[in-house]
Each structure stands twice: as C-alpha cells, then as structure tokens.
Design a protein. Structure first.
Length: 465
C-alpha cells in the first residue's frame, strides 16, 4: 500500500470494477418535491415538475399541468436542497395553463443573479419567456411561445453575442434577449440558423459556456451547432439521438465541460409511456458524438415516463436531474474519464485496456481496472499530470502515456488462464487540496513477470474536483 499526502492507493480484488464506464454519476442526495404537486399546498407549481435549475446549493423547479383541466403552473426555489430543504413562495405563476402545457425550461446564472424561464401556453403569451432574480423578483418578460427551453448564451468565447437565448416551434433560429433589459438583440427573423435534420419542434437548448457552441433537442435528437460568431454557427449536425419522436415533449439537455472533456447529458424519450427505466433514459454523449457508458455507482431510481430535465453547476461539478413522474430531483457529482492513446498488443494478440470509474472529488475514490491482461503476469498503475506517447526502452517499445511519472501503485498478479483472462484493480482515494488538477494513469504489465515482455495499456485522464 502506498500512502502520500495526496492519495491512498489500495489494490482491489480482480474484477472489482467493470470495464467501459467513462462517466460516473455519484449520487449526493434526492430532493422530494411531491409537495409542489398538491394544489392545496402553498408550494404548488403544477401537477408535475418539468424543468430544473441548480446552483450547487439551491434548486429551482418549474411545473407542468398534467391535469384534465386548466391549472396554475409556477416556479419554486428550494434553499439548501441537499441539507435542510426549505421551499420558498412560488413565483412566475401562469394562472390557467392548459392541460399538457407548462414550463419547458429553466436556466440559472448564479454569479449574475439571474434565472431564466420558458413557459409554453400552447401559443404566444406575454410571459412566454421571462427572467427573474434568484429570489423570484421579476426582471423582465417577453411575449412569445416558450415551447423550446431557454439558456444563457455566453456569446462567442465570452466576447460578443451574449444574452438570454431561446427558440420556439416553427423557428429555425436562435433568438436573443438582452440580459439586463430583455430587449431584442436577435429575433426569430435574424437570429443564427440552428437547423439540422428535419423539423422545427425544438424542445430544449444549452450552451458551452466557453465557446458558445449550442446543443439542442428536437424530435428526440441531440443537435450540435458550432459557434463562429456572435450570431453565427456552422457544422450544424445531429450529434446523437434515439428513435425519432417529434410529437413527444420533455426532451432535455445539459452541457458539461471539465478541463479538456466536453459531454452532453440528455434523456432518450421516444414515447411518454410508463415503466421506462431511469438508467436507460439518461444518456451521455461527448461533443464529438461518442456515446458514453454511465456508471451510476449503484444508484437506482423508480421507473418513470422518460421525462427528465437537467441543471449543471460548473463550480461544484454537480448535476441535478428532475424526475417528472416521481416528483423528485436527484443530485449527482459528475466525474469524467477520458480514454486516450492506444495500448500495446500483448500475448495472444490481445491488447490490455484500462478503464476508470468513481468519484474524482476530494474524499472520493477512483477505481482503475486493467483488463484483457495476460495470465501469470505482474502489473501495476503509473500516474502523472500530463498525457504522453513516448516509446519505453524495452523490447516492443510500448508507449508511455503519462508524464512526468509521479508515482506508481497497485501491484497486482494474474493467475493461470487463457490469453487476455487477467485483470487487476486499484482504488485511489483522493485527498484534499487537489481541485482542478489533471491526473493521468496507465497500467503496465510484465507478461510472465519479465522485463522482456513489457506491455502497456491506453491512458486515462480525469480532473480532480
């Protein structure tokens, strides 16, 4: 066992973690918002929660009318959501929201003290788009149909083109309101063109806070548009998606950036039927279109109707997911693991692979697993701060993928078996004081315990939170 002020490394039994997870959602807590669905309660916002925003401490939930008659819908703030939840007074009330309508999106800019909301009344309405301060005091409202979510647009690399962004059914453009006054900056007539695929039944949008790239939902597809100017995008594309479902609502999205990794969380919702498993509906895709495996760390949620919304807080690296059917908000720590480089072909023409899962925050544990390794061999894990691709000075010249080498840990031995049957795991406990530091890792295997047959895996990079 290796002990340092930074980490504690522990060798785990072979097979202690599965291969393939590239993102881990560590469940931090669940906020029960069922009280907001009872019209007799002062917290009432509608029959179901349809939109969520999250600042790392407080959660805002907006409602939807799933009742057979017109009912009020509104927004409520829940202070200290994970520790001592306290429901505030609802605001943004739309008194007679028709059945099957309600809030389609929320977004919060906590440092600026702004909350944006989109409400779908079935047609344009005076409060279709609105902005509030964090306590629910109104800043401004815009007449329109808020059918398609809302997002704070950072502009092109945080320079020009920022504001409150939105779109609506039948539009192929991003409209933009001035953050302070609510005045039109760009409209549905001259905003940047978002079209990709077919149809314009947009459901939600979010922005990369660094580049200003736009991610949207439509027809159960995930759409990406790359920012080239304050009011311009290019390379519009359908990045991912499930079965086409243009007439199904509550298809939502959240963008997450952690260091060099960029991913999008979205819900695969091709129908509104009951009994849809949470773990099947929640999806994660890299900005290059690669679908990722999610490790939920043993968390399970009741089956629902596939209707979930997302709110990501960059400062804490945490994600809130609202559950329409079960009237709850689940909060997770997000840990991303980037696989890079290639391993070296080993015994039996099999290349060993390295995978990781776990909680990259201080106090958490990351589990690294080397699989497809040779039998009767010895291996271990090597750690650094940067990526590398330098040939090692051993026969085969397998690549070293970490630099500088900070420490090695997790010595493991593989037993008898066929080619590729071996594996080894290491649990790395993360100490305090490492926020924002990148950590790279790869496994090194001495097949048949010989320096003449050194084989290495791919590398994995994560950012300690």
């Amino acid at each position: 066992m290796l002990r340092t002020p930074l980490v504690v490394a522990l060798v785990l039994p072979a097979g202690a973690a599965g291969l393939g997870a590239q993102v881990t959602l560590t469940h931090l807590g669940t906020v029960d918002v069922a009280v907001t669905s009872n019209a007799a309660n002062p917290e009432y916002i509608g029959s179901n929660p349809s939109a969520v925003a999250w600042d790392g401490t407080n959660v805002w939930v907006a409602g939807y009318n799933n009742a057979p008659t017109a009912q009020p819908t509104a927004i409520v703030r829940v202070d200290n959501a994970l520790t001592a939840p306290a429901f505030g007074v609802p605001f943004g009330a739309v008194p007679a929201t028709p059945n099957g309508r309600g809030y389609s999106g929320l977004d919060v800019d906590a440092p600026a003290g702004r909350l944006a909301a989109a409400h779908d009344f079935g047609a344009a309405a005076p409060d279709g788009l609105a902005q509030w301060d964090l306590l629910g005091n109104p800043n401004w409202a815009k007449n329109g149909r808020g059918s398609s979510g809302v997002g704070f647009d950072p502009g092109l690399f945080g320079t020009t083109g920022d504001g409150t962004g939105w779109t609506t059914f039948g539009s192929g453009r991003r409209a933009l309101q001035d953050n302070v006054t609510g005045a039109d900056v760009y409209t549905a007539a001259n905003g940047m063109i978002l079209n990709a695929g077919s149809g314009t039944l947009w459901r939600d949008m979010d922005f990369d806070p660094f580049s200003g790239d736009v991610y949207l939902r439509k027809d159960n597809e995930l759409v990406k548009c790359e920012r080239t100017g304050p009011n311009a995008v290019t390379n519009n594309q359908v990045l991912d998606g499930g079965a086409l479902a243009p007439l199904v609502n509550n298809q939502n999205v959240a963008f997450v950036r952690q260091a060099t990794d960029q991913v999008v969380f979205w819900n695969d919702r091709s129908s509104g039927g009951a009994g849809q498993p949470f773990e099947f509906a929640i999806q994660c895709t890299r900005s290059d279109g690669t679908r990722l495996a999610i490790d939920f760390g043993g968390f399970t949620a009741p089956a629902g109707v596939g209707a979930y919304d997302f709110g990501y807080d960059d400062a804490t690296g945490t994600l809130a997911i609202s559950d329409f059917a079960n009237r709850a908000v689940y909060v997770f720590a997000v840990s991303l693991f980037v696989e890079y480089g290639t391993g070296c072909v080993g015994q039996g023409n099999i290349t060993p692979v390295l995978a990781a899962a776990g909680d990259s925050r201080a106090g958490g544990t990351i589990v690294y697993t080397a699989g497809n390794t040779a039998p009767n061999s010895v291996g271990g894990f090597v750690f650094g701060f940067q990526r590398d691709n330098t040939p090692l000075p051993f026969p085969g010249a397998c690549p070293q993928h970490v630099t500088p080498v900070l420490f090695s840990a997790g010595l493991f031995f593989t037993g008898a078996g066929g080619a590729g049957s071996g594996s080894g795991s290491l649990g790395l406990a993360i100490g305090a004081g490492l926020t924002g530091i990148p950590l790279t890792c790869q496994a090194v295997i001495l097949e048949n315990a010989s320096l003449a047959t050194v084989v290495t895996t791919n590398g994995i990079e994560t950012v300690l939170r």
